[in-house]
Design a protein around this ligand. Structure first.
Ligand code: PEP
Ligand code: MG
Length: 563
């Protein structure tokens, strides 16, 4: 069995099939008494679970967070909610799961329609409680993280918020049916150093409890391996660990080419907790803090204070090293249940990131104020995602000025910072000469730039062959952006996954890229590579590669050279 290697490393363990949560469909029953019994049984069980969660969360995170589950218990015992569900079962003969869904939809719509932010946020709680009931009624189990043996999570898909809530020490890896190497779940597993294989078409042949081994680089999966294969697997794991140990000798060394050109090898993170990996791997800065992950796995927006604390933590821990914090890049595969997003046919081409933020200035200003206040604590660079026009930069600058005034009025301080943009939309790359005059830096987001340049969905495993960084159009765009940035005197980095791709680094180095931001686990091997390179030979490689006229030739050429 084979998929797309999405996060390197070797996984092994018992399969846990994570069942899809699908909304129940209309089903009527004759025996409504039995449905009422099942409802009672599920409510009791859910109540027990919520009590345990409240205790556990209070102990491990804090009392305020624990309170969320207390509120959920109150909702679950609300006679109005339960009464409505029972009424539908009795009168309409709906099966229990469908009755819960109908009441959930009704109440969520009611709460969202109220002109009161507090009540709007409660809609997400209602959804959580009702979905908990539906899962129990449909027999969809939560993942058991208490098992002694590590588990391999097998799912049709995992959302970034599923991934964010997985305890790393209990999970040996992920295998999913859909997704590509730059889906956010794949990116997060690389940060967390959890091996992963995505895009496995015949995933249905995996069963709960089977023992599997897999290779997160090649995408190879073996079910119930023989002794011989297990031994081979162990040898590979040891070699992989050995290589990691050898790379440790580069900690503290500079990322300097043989002829003395220094570049910055920074890291991509999604949460302050990821700093552990950055420090362990000697990252030279944060090239991308995906702030939207702070907004996930919760039922309401993080407050200005919460955001300020998170940004301050990262800035302080990185000392004076550069920290690029990207403003909220929500939308696409990153959805937030409590924000009122329209259902879209093409979410990646839709209402997302800066488009959403500029449309909701009150929400955006909370983040901007938190960032400004944090600027005192380190070397902050604020980055705007999905920019496609100068106007979006100017409007953000106006909001920043308003925020500064608001802070000054309240006697709160802020310091200097750089303002930069992601270049991830071809339009921005094409007018990068113009945009460069308005900002302090560019960071090229190849994950999106590839999908928008080649019109290939980054999440779609069926066309994953076409999703390629080797396309001559992409290489030309990158070269243009770097040249335009340098002409205007600003630095140019890259925080898309290509920045950590070993066969691409020499090309990017030749083009003059200043900063490479990648998963922490790629820093040391990239440093080893940079230290083996010089400008002249990188330039001649680039010249040669730019002569090829298709992605296939470029890929083969670069990979052969690397082998
Ligand atoms: C990118 O598009 O390259 C990028 C870094 O942003 P994200 O992966 O979060 O879309
Ligand atoms: Mg992007």
């Amino acid at each position: 069995m084979k998929g797309i290697g999405a996060s390197p490393g070797f996984g092994s363990g018992r399969v846990f099939i994570k069942k899809e949560f699908n909304e129940p469909i209309l089903k009527c029953v004759d025996d409504f008494e039995s449905e009422l019994d099942q409802l009672k049984w599920s409510s009791d069980l859910l109540m027990e679970k919520l009590k345990t969660l409240e205790l556990h969360t209070t102990e491990t995170i804090g009392a305020e967070e624990g309170e969320i589950f207390k509120a959920h218990q109150m909702m679950l015992s609300d006679p109005e909610l339960v009464g409505k569900i029972k009424q539908l079962i009795r009168e309409k003969k709906y099966d229990a799961s469908y009755a819960v869904k109908v009441v959930k939809d009704e109440m969520v719509a009611l709460f969202l329609g109220l002109d009161n932010d507090y009540m709007k946020e409660r809609a997400a709680d209602i959804k959580d409680v009702c979905n908990g009931l539906i899962k129990l009624l449909l027999g969809i189990e939560d993942i058991d993280y208490h098992s002694e043996e590590p588990i391999v999570i097998v799912a049709h898909d995992l959302t970034p918020s599923d991934t964010a809530s997985i305890p790393k020490d209990k999970v040996s890896g992920f295998i999913t049916a859909i997704g590509g190497v730059t889906s956010h779940t794949a990116i997060m597993s690389r940060t967390l150093e959890i091996p992963a294989v995505v895009g496995v078409s015949d995933i249905s042949s995996l069963e709960d409890g089977q023992y599997v081994i897999f290779d997160g680089s090649t995408g190879e999966i073996t079910i119930d391996p023989s002794e011989v294969l297990l031994t081979k697997h162990k040898v590979k794991v040891e070699a992989y660990e050995q290589e990691k140990i050898l790379l440790q000798s580069l900690i503290g060394k500079e990322s300097l080419s043989k002829d003395g050109r220094k570049v910055e090898l920074a890291c991509n993170i999604g949460h302050p907790d990821d700093l552990e990996y950055v420090l362990d791997n000697d990252g030279e800065g944060i090239g991308l803090f995906r702030s939207e992950f702070l907004y996930m796995n919760r039922s309401s927006m993080p407050s200005e204070e919460e955001q300020f604390t998170a940004y301050k933590t990262v800035l302080e821990q990185m000392k004076d090293k550069p920290v690029v914090i990207r403003t909220l890049d929500v939308g696409g595969d990153k959805q937030l249940s409590y924000l009122d997003f329209p259902k879209e046919e093409n979410p990646f081409l839709g209402y997302r990131a800066i488009r959403y933020c500029l449309d909701h200035p009150e929400l955006f200003k909370i983040q901007l104020r938190a960032l400004l206040r944090a600027s005192i604590y380190g070397n902050l660079k604020i980055m705007l995602p999905m920019i496609s026009s100068l106007d979006q930069i100017n409007r953000t600058k106006e909001l920043l000025e308003i925020c500064k005034q608001e802070l000054t009025d309240k006697g709160q301080e802020y310091d200097s910072y750089e303002l930069g943009i992601m270049i991830e939309i071809p339009a921005a790359a094409i007018i990068s000469d113009q945009l460069a005059k308005a900002v302090d830096f560019f960071s090229i987001g190849t994950n999106d730039l590839i999908q928008y340049t080649t019109a290939v969905d980054r999440m779609n495993e069926t066309i994953s062959e076409l999703y390629t960084p080797y396309h001559p159009a992409l290489l030309r765009l990158i070269q243009t952006v770097i040249k335009n940035g340098h002409k205007a005197g600003i630095w140019v980095g890259m925080c898309g996954e290509v920045a950590g791709q070993q066969d691409m680094i020499p090309l990017l180095f030749a083009m003059g890229l200043d900063e490479f931001s990648m998963s922490p686990s790629s820093v040391l091997k990239s440093r080893a590579l940079i230290r083996s390179m010089d400008q002249e030979s990188a330039n001649s490689l680039l010249e040669e590669v730019m002569q090829f006229d298709n992605a296939k030739e470029i890929k083969e050429y670069l990979q052969k050279r690397q082998a």
